[in-house]
Design a protein around this ligand. Sequence first.
Ligand SMILES: Cc1ncc(COP(=O)(O)O)c(C=O)c1O
Length: 411
Amino acid sequence: MAIPFFSLDLKKIDFLTIIRDIFFPWNKSKKVTKVISTLEKRYPNRKICLLPSGRLGLYLSLKYLFKKGDEIIFSSMSFPLYVKIAKQLELKVRLVDVSNKDLNIDVNKIEEQINRNTKGIVVTHLFGNPCDIYKIKNICERKNLKLIEDCAQSFNSKINDIETGNFGDVGIVSTSLLKIPTTLSGGILILKDQELHSKIINWVEMNISDNFILKFKLLIKILLSILNSYPAIYSILSDKIFIFLKSYNPRIYRKILYSGMGMKNDLYNPKERPALSKFQLTIGLSQLNRCEEMNKIRKEYSQLIQTNLEKNKNIIVVNDHFKDNYNHQYFVIFIKKNFREIYEKLFKSGIHVMDENVWDCTKYGFEIENNHENFTVTKNFDGKLLRIQNNSLLKKNQIEKICKKIVDASN
Ligand SMILES: Cc1ncc(COP(=O)(O)O)c(C=O)c1O
């Protein structure tokens, strides 16, 4: 039986509420208030905005915080669509290489990229591992820069017991299908400034619709993702199709796999997704309530995986899952030698791990102000990172099977 790349951890009651809310979609605003008040406990002194995606949160933040020609710093390993959006808004982009220790922005290299046009920094808490945020905040305060935290992968990750998203002027969480917590597509914007919050709420009210066709398409995608979450169903429904495409049409296979990256069209369309439906808010609430429970299972599994894999000389576990500040949403390993071979072997043996080769922002042809630099750490890691499925829906014996197959493939 094949084990899919990702699984949505939903309970029976979630299925019932999805059906109920699809047929009785009224009173959505009550749900919005409930989700927002739950989130406000995590982000005190911040204003919250629920959106159809994290990317829309970045688009609107950049649009209202900066003006054309302003320079923004990103880490060279971050979400490429975010750099594309910055360029679309006619901002200038500088990249800073990542640190060897956690693949987050290298704090010691930030200041050399700051000049009088620099107006902001976007930091990504990559793979859920928090950045060196106090040092970054200090630089931002000294240089009068806006700080945006990309918390798409770091919900519930903490620094000195304070959750990521509480440090910057803006925090952006993704609640897409692949994230935890999920609203089955969506995003959370965490804002320090009341005025920015009002502007964004206004924009959303004027521009984001309840378009039936968009909602229907999303519903189909959600249903397929739910079904594909279960190894038994995935093995019947998708496994063979993926194996076929991978061998005979790798381009289409890649397109399907990375469709969420938003890189296929020339321009990002901020109106591409419909407003959140009531059932998405209900699922979001259920996920928020189960956050600690799911985190605990992921922690147990990730420690098991780490213990099994770190003995192997060809593997480096990227994050230390025995640390407590971490949400264990991503389990990523660095493979020193024979990456492709190992990846193919795993795929054939039914362990559909994810080739994390999308984060190097230097390779997409964006016009970057400091393009001439080497970004050595990014280049060294790119193409050798493998994401292992570590989801609370999976059973312990499935996690053990994944470990065994990885060790076998690496020997
Ligand atoms: C690091 C990172 N930033 C941003 C995003 C974008 O989030 P969304 O898909 O909700 O727009 C993602 C989604 O995969 C991500 O992994």
